[in-house]
Design a protein around this ligand. Structure first.
Ligand code: SF4
Length: 364
């Protein structure tokens, strides 16, 4: 039986962070109730019992703003309308400020077994600058509360290339984060997005240059490796066996259904997306989607996504392009950007830093 993933976009945030351009709206309890009903209708609409649902991911926004009761309704409905695997990975993205031991215990009880906590930094000055509402101390407390509540699969987000960030500050943040009982770290380079409060000269003048960013990235990968987090994807690091199964679906071109305003899907040979519009989502019996790609996962996309993973691209999967790719490999090996074992080509740590250019050179 084929497998399937389900992504549910929860578009609520308590307060907008200064760097963020994700689709989200302010949380109100009436909005959240209407949104919950709409998600339930869509779960029913996309019902598929021909595949095993082995990952569910509540992303956002801030999904942990929903109550355990609302999330429980989703999971019960999912069990009714999908073949939810007994060992499915069920992830909830969470803001540290929304996590109390009592809530975490309920979340664990209803079946959520993985948390992705938006920590971003373990330094209060950086958190304040980012416009995050939590402190480092609050983040620490929420992780320990999650461990106490029975979560054995916890991820924290970490950001680098922040304004005025030095290698020392980054190392300190990583050291503090790595001491926590967590198994996974998603580490992102800050991008200044158009139209956000960070899109201004004050921030542009304070962020590291490209060369400094490259050095910070190398500092980050090295420190994370020293702390036992191996890099399995350009931006993702984990202890062995704790790779995000859901996110791996994206990089392996496996099917997933996305529900919620701005959610994307790759399902039954099509990519499609719902509009970033909560009113439309709540007001429609079933979410309206637009096809964004009617024949996804062709050679280029498949190869680009696979090369993001440390396991790399198996040339058996792209046999027709093998000789073209093989011709381009030697100079990349010499420059230290890729490894090749005769079957799989994969990026090195240095290659990950230049992933866009290296992948482009290999594939196009
Ligand atoms: S909590 Fe997350 S989704 Fe919401 S504004 Fe901040 S970064 Fe964006």
């Amino acid at each position: 039986m084929n497998t399937l993933g389900l992504y549910i976009h929860v578009p609520f945030c308590g307060k907008k962070c200064r760097y963020c351009d994700f689709y989200s709206v302010s949380y109100t309890s009436s909005n959240a109730d209407a949104y919950t009903d709409a998600v339930l209708r869509n779960i029913e609409h996309y019902s598929d019992k021909t595949a095993v649902l082995d990952t569910v991911y509540f992303g956002g926004g801030t999904p942990s703003l929903l109550s355990a009761e609302q999330l429980s309704k989703f999971i019960t409905h999912i069990k009714t309308y999908f073949e939810l695997s007994d060992n499915a990975e069920i992830t909830l993205e969470a803001n540290p400020n929304t996590l109390t031991y009592e809530k975490l215990a309920k979340l664990r009880e209803i079946g959520i077994n993985r948390l992705s906590i938006g920590v971003q930094s373990m330094l209060d000055d950086e958190l304040k600058l980012l416009g995050r509402t939590h402190t480092a101390e609050r983040a620490v407390k929420s992780v320990y509360a999650a461990e106490k509540a029975g979560f054995g699969n916890i991820s924290c987000d970490l950001m680098t290339a922040l304004p005025n960030q030095t290698a020392e500050k980054l190392r300190l943040s990583i050291d503090r984060m790595a001491e926590l009982p967590i198994q996974h770290i998603s580490a992102y380079i800050l991008k200044i997005e158009k139209g956000t409060p960070f899109d201004c000269n004050e921030i542009r003048n304070a962020v590291p240059t490209d060369d400094e960013t490259a050095e910070l990235y190398m500092t980050m990968t090295e420190r994370l490796r020293e702390k036992g987090f191996f890099q399995y994807e350009v931006s993702n690091f984990s202890k062995r066996g704790f790779e995000s199964r859901h996110n791996c679906r994206y990089w392996k071109c496996l099917d997933y259904i996305g529900i919620g305003p701005s959610a994307h899907s790759c399902y039954k040979g099509k990519r499609f997306a719902a509009a970033p519009d909560i009113k439309a989502f709540i007001g429609s019996p079933v979410q309206q989607t637009e096809i964004t790609d009617s024949s996804p996962c062709g050679f280029e996309e498949f190869s680009m996504l696979r090369l993001r993973l440390a396991e790399g691209l198996d040339l058996k999967d792209v046999e027709a392009h093998r000789s073209d790719i093989e011709k381009k490999i030697p100079p990349l090996i010499q420059a230290g950007y890729v490894k090749y074992n005769g079957e799989k080509v994969s990026l090195t740590e240095k290659g990950f830093l230049m992933s866009n250019s290296v992948i482009e050179y290999l594939i196009f």
